[in-house]
Design a protein. Structure first.
Length: 255
């Protein structure tokens, strides 16, 4: 990375900044609220805020982004003094960093669609290979986990500061609260759909163990006796029974 790549470019009064991943902007955004924070502080705050509407980066990724931001001159750091029992590095956003963050936040370019990866819905999509009771248990667990998440969102909302700088974080957390409520509604609807399928399906439908346990054709392509009997019944005939051997004297004669 050259010196010109590490700093903002100023041309004819306009300031442009190097491209950064969204996670780097998120870390820089955390520092725009609170200066002098350690990577561990930022991780705790991300767990209590960002994860409700974006995601919470791993602590290793937070430190990697902090190093990148410091190389670019968007943050600065200092080691703690002897008054703290353990030496810590605290990070502060610079004026260049605040200007860069404001330019990124105020940009009109497309944010891109939200990325939805819902493992539970994927499992339900494969429900023809699962036992219905298992799917219901998974959805009920998801419902309880969502209720717990809703309580955490509301706790974060209650803990938001009263100053005007917290107005927009409260809007984001309010969205997350409504999203959790919608997820609960979707879970209830999915449980109702699964119950409807259970009532409409035959007794053995969706039970892989029973399907796998049915008799397989015998070697040579000949069906097992039980299977052959069922096939005969379905064709309107009695189960397969070998006819009596015809005697010579019973054979038809001409004339």
């Amino acid at each position: 990375m050259t010196g010109s790549d590490r700093t903002p470019h100023r041309r004819q009064g306009a300031i442009t900044y190097p491209r950064l991943p969204v996670t780097a902007w998120a870390v820089l955004g955390l520092l725009s609220f609170r200066d002098g924070r350690t990577g561990y502080d930022l991780k705790k705050w991300a767990d209590a805020s960002l994860r409700f509407f974006y995601w919470s980066p791993a602590i290793s990724q937070i430190y990697a982004e902090l190093r990148r931001l410091e190389e670019l001159g968007l943050v600065t750091s200092r080691r703690s003094g002897p008054e703290e029992p353990r030496a810590k590095r605290r990070y502060t956003i610079t004026e260049d960093g605040r200007q860069a963050l404001a330019a990124w936040a105020d940009a009109t370019h497309e944010c891109g669609p939200p990325v939805l990866k819902h493992p539970l819905v994927l499992r339900v999509w494969l429900g023809h290979l699962a036992v219905p009771d298992t799917l219901r248990t998974l959805v009920e667990r998801h419902r309880e986990r969502t209720r717990a998440g809703l309580r955490e969102v509301r706790k974060a909302l209650a803990g938001a500061g009263a100053g005007t700088e917290w107005d927009f974080p409260r809007v984001a957390l309010g969205w997350s609260e409504r999203q959790h409520l919608a997820e609960l509604e979707l879970a209830e609807a999915m449980l109702a759909d699964l119950e409807r399928l259970r009532r409409a399906a035959p007794e053995t439908a969706g039970r892989p163990s029973e399907m796998a346990g049915r008799a397989a054709p015998e070697a040579g392509g000949r069906a097992a006796p039980e299977t052959a009997g069922r096939a005969s019944e379905q064709r309107g005939r009695a189960p397969s029974v070998a006819p009596p051997r015809q005697r010579v004297e019973d054979a038809p004669t001409h004339g």
